[in-house]
Design a protein around this ligand. Structure first.
Ligand SMILES: NC(=O)C1=CN([C@@H]2O[C@H](COP(=O)(O)OP(=O)(O)OC[C@H]3O[C@@H](n4cnc5c(N)ncnc54)[C@H](OP(=O)(O)O)[C@@H]3O)[C@@H](O)[C@H]2O)C=CC1
Ligand SMILES: N[C@@H](CC=O)C(=O)O
Ligand code: NA
Length: 380
């Protein structure tokens, strides 16, 4: 039998998603080893203030890697810079894949240099794909799977980010296939945030009642649905980032997630809170404002939901609260479910619909592990 090809995995971020990714990676490692295919080795694990770089390249034990990192953290020591770490990673035998499970814009800003070193990237971090249009263009002009043929010949890496929209739901892969097979996408609309879905499904359920808005925000954070800072969900920007990513894939040159109207649910009085903790402590003081919105929708027999839409023909993107009839599919969502409706020429007046959990560590990690499988297939 031919020898297994080594594939070095470098993981940054071991919060909810990073930890869930590790258990899926352990499964994939034994699956591929049993088939005598790729030999997956975890060579880097890193968080804000500690890392283990396994520079013999034999790989860490995936099951105990987080514990080893904790031990390393408590022993202190100077942390090697991220750029310098990538220089070392590029010397690993075989191919290297960086798995960025942070939401750090600075790590995202380093992607062009990482790709040029031949390191592939898979990530649920939205920052690189939803910040300035020129950053997005730069990444895909360098990536081996970008529209520029020949980048692989230069030794550049691949990049995939399925979990940046709809977590593990196959949203980006579906949109890409619609476009690459010649369909014309005219409109995309739906619920794009697991946090917002959970908040309104539980604060304003179709059956009536519901908890206080601030208490539901606390639960969404506990359940691992929110961004590391829940204000990034409540200000509408997380949804705006997802719509920016989708709109760019349809060919719209959206400059940034703040270049269109986005409704924020953050009370003006709390915009200057110094920390997420202070914000969470004070949010309950403003619950009556959300109660008023709910009462107004209830008076017309409706419920409120936080939605987004892209009108591709008009180049219009919208994000904010809307009232829905109780019988509407958006009103009937459960838990953290997302619903994404693709209206296309091929599908006519009945949209192609993708629905399911749009947040949570396990489902998000599945999208990341799925992207890793894509890279493995391309590297063959
Ligand atoms: N949770 C979800 O449902 C979904 C999440 N995502 C995305 O997945 C990513 C991770 O989310 P989640 O796991 O929930 O977040 P967490 O807050 O649970 O974890 C973030 C991790 O990133 C680490 N980190 C932050 N900055 C750096 C840095 N500069 N260098 C190294 N490590 C860093 C943190 O380490 P430390 O604790 O040491 O600071 C922590 O381990 C985010 O980009 C999020 O938007 C996408 C879809 C769904
Ligand atoms: N905070 C986000 C996580 C996934 O992108 C959400 O709630 O949808
Ligand atoms: Na997805």
């Amino acid at each position: 039998m031919p020898p297994q090809k080594p594939l070095s995995i470098a993981l940054i971020g071991v919060g909810g998603v990073g930890t869930a990714f590790l258990s899926q990676l352990a499964h994939l490692q034994s699956h591929l080893r049993a088939k005598n295919k790729t030999d997956i080795r975890l060579v880097l694990i890193r968080r804000s203030n500690a890392q283990i770089l396994e520079s013999s390249w034999r790989g860490l034990d995936i099951g105990t890697a987080v514990k080893q990192l904790e031990d390393q953290r408590s022993s202190g020591g100077k942390l090697l810079g991220f750029e310098e770490t990538c220089v070392h990673l590029a010397t690993a035998p075989g191919q290297v894949v960086l798995v960025d499970c942070t939401s750090d814009p600075q790590i995202a800003g380093a992607y062009p240099g990482v790709l040029k070193k031949g390191i592939s990237i898979v990530t649920p971090n939205k920052k690189a794909f939803s910040s300035s249009f020129s950053d997005w263009q730069e990444i895909f002009s360098i990536a081996a799977n970008g529209p520029n043929a020949g980048e692989r010949e230069k030794g550049h890496g691949f990049i995939f980010h399925e979990s940046t929209v709809g977590a593990g739901l196959p949203v980006l892969s579906t949109l890409t296939e619609l476009i690459e097979t010649g369909d014309e996408v005219t409109k995309i609309e739906g619920v794009f945030s697991g946090t917002m879905s959970f908040l309104f499904n539980s604060f304003n359920p179709v059956a009536g009642g519901g908890g206080s808005f601030s208490a539901e925000v606390g639960k969404a954070k506990e359940l691992g649905y929110t961004e590391p800072d829940p204000r990034d969900d409540l200000n509408g920007l997380d949804v705006a980032r997802k719509l920016t990513i989708l709109a760019r894939l349809t060919g719209l040159p959206i400059e940034s997630p703040t270049s269109f109207a986005v409704q924020s649910l953050i009370p003006k009085e709390l915009e200057s809170c110094a920390s997420a903790d202070e914000f969470m402590e004070k949010l309950g003081e403003f619950d009556s404002r959300m109660d008023d919105l709910k009462a107004s929708a209830t008076a017309s027999g409706k419920v409120i939901r936080f939605v987004g839409s892209i009108d591709v023909g008009k180049g219009e993107v919208k994000v904010g609260l809307e009232e829905f009839e109780k019988s509407h599919p958006i009103a009937a969502l459960k838990g953290s479910d997302n619903i994404i409706n693709f209206y296309t020429k091929r599908y006519g007046s009945n949209p192609l619909i993708i629905q399911g959990a749009g947040a949570g560590a396990e489902v998000t990690a599945m999208g990341v592990t799925g992207d890793l499988l894509r890279v493995i297939r391309l590297l063959k």
